[in-house]
Design a protein. Structure first.
Length: 398
């Protein structure tokens, strides 16, 4: 029989409201005892006595055995989650930045205090990728994980390719619809996708990688010339996080735009949808598709974690015990398309091989092989030049 969960919920924004909407339609052995919010003056749809601005009304409440953290501030979220674990409470979180930045610390706390932390909603919304990596692929050799992990950037790219909007117009529309924030940096520059990739890679390979070690370059410099180039070759551009086990000792990861042909699974993943591809030795290629953001899709993933806690579910982190020798590396080669303005950028990037090069008054590009470490070293030059880079072929080890 499942145990009763008395829940303390931090945050009552889009996801918190979405979670509550779903819970009230169900007859589950759980109850939300208290909500902690930032703004006490904001009008709420629930009785006022349920809300507090004091975090200890949840953290120090012995009646509450489960904490659900759904706030935007990653530093505050870590304080809340770590305090809840130390207080012996199980936790569900959807804060991908907090989890990616503090993964090793959180795992140590879980081992020390014997509680559970679940975070399916932090990675690709309604797509159950973490539980699948933990359970279905627990004894599987995984070659790679890739996909579309961010609905905001994918919406912008889809509007450009399918509806002919330029980047600025597509971004504005995404912001108006609530798919992108007023400051879209986290989404369009690939940080959001990177945090999700770091978390997924830990469950796939058992390796903790600091987010700042993983290179991410987004779509902010996308221009009409890049879209035209892709369309002429019957390709689409997607922002793709990618993790690959190169050999028994090394894993590489990065987040970059990538050209996708119409035979690939990601080609038709458009607008706010996400798609995750897992390439495995025995199960071969498998594809997960669903809405990656929004109150109800993410709320459904959070609820799945909550209901799992009724049966004392926890991540076993089996891969971590098996892969102590595995190391992260950026020493790989990529085949890329670079649209640029100044020749000095091409010289600085030191292409290993040039396949194609084109010059005109308004459009200059080069395709060929380049070291990822050179991209990392010249990131500031790429930004200053307003250049755009997209991967054309999968990574190869040096």
């Amino acid at each position: 029989m499942s145990k009763k969960l008395n829940i303390g919920l931090f945050g009552f924004g889009v996801v918190g409201q979405g979670l509550y909407d779903i819970i009230k339609t169900k007859h589950l052995n759980l109850e939300i005892i208290k909500f902690v919010i930032k703004d006490a003056t904001k009008e709420r749809s629930l009785p006022q006595h349920l809300f507090s601005t004091d975090k200890n009304s949840i953290l120090q409440n012995p009646e509450i055995n489960t904490v659900v953290e759904l706030i935007n501030d990653s530093d505050a979220a870590f304080e809340i989650v770590s305090a809840a674990i130390k207080a012996g409470k199980n936790v569900v979180s959807a804060n991908k930045k907090m989890i990616a930045q503090h993964l090793a610390e959180l795992i140590d706390l879980l081992h020390q205090y014997g509680t559970s932390l679940l975070y399916e909603g932090a990675v690709c919304g309604s797509i159950p990728i973490i539980r699948n990596l933990e359970e279905y692929y627990d004894n599987e050799l995984l070659y790679s994980i890739s996909g579309i992990f961010n609905g905001s950037s994918n919406y912008i790219l889809s509007k450009g390719f399918n509806d002919g909007l330029d980047y600025a117009s597509a971004l504005k529309q995404a912001q108006d619809l609530g798919f992108a924030e007023t400051d879209p940096t986290m989404d369009v520059d690939g940080f959001d996708a990177k945090f999700k990739l770091v978390i997924a890679a830990y469950h796939a390979y058992g390796i903790v990688v600091k987010p700042e070690e993983v290179f991410n370059l987004g779509i902010a410099n996308l221009a009409v010339q890049d879209i035209q180039y892709a369309k002429e070759k019957d390709l689409k551009i997607k922002l793709v996080p990618f993790a690959k086990k190169l050999n028994d000792k090394q894993v590489c990861m990065y987040v970059l735009p990538r050209f996708i042909n119409r035979n690939e699974l990601l080609y038709n993943v458009d607008y706010e949808y996400n798609g995750v591809i897992v390439q495995a030795a025995f199960a071969d290629q498998q594809f997960f598709y669903g809405k990656g953001a929004g109150g109800h899709p993410t709320g459904s993933a959070v609820l799945s974690d909550i209901t799992a806690l009724r049966y004392d579910y926890h991540y076993e982190y089996k891969k971590a015990a098996e892969t102590d020798h595995l190391q992260f590396t950026n020493d790989v080669e990529l085949t890329v398309y670079l649209r640029y303005n100044q020749e000095e950028l091409v010289d600085a990037l030191q292409f290993e091989h040039v396949a194609e090069r084109f010059y005109s008054e308004s459009f200059k590009f080069i395709t060929g092989k380049i070291k990822l470490i050179n991209l990392i070293a010249q990131e500031h030059r790429i930004s200053a030049d307003k250049a755009f880079i997209a991967v054309t072929n999968p990574v190869s080890p040096r």
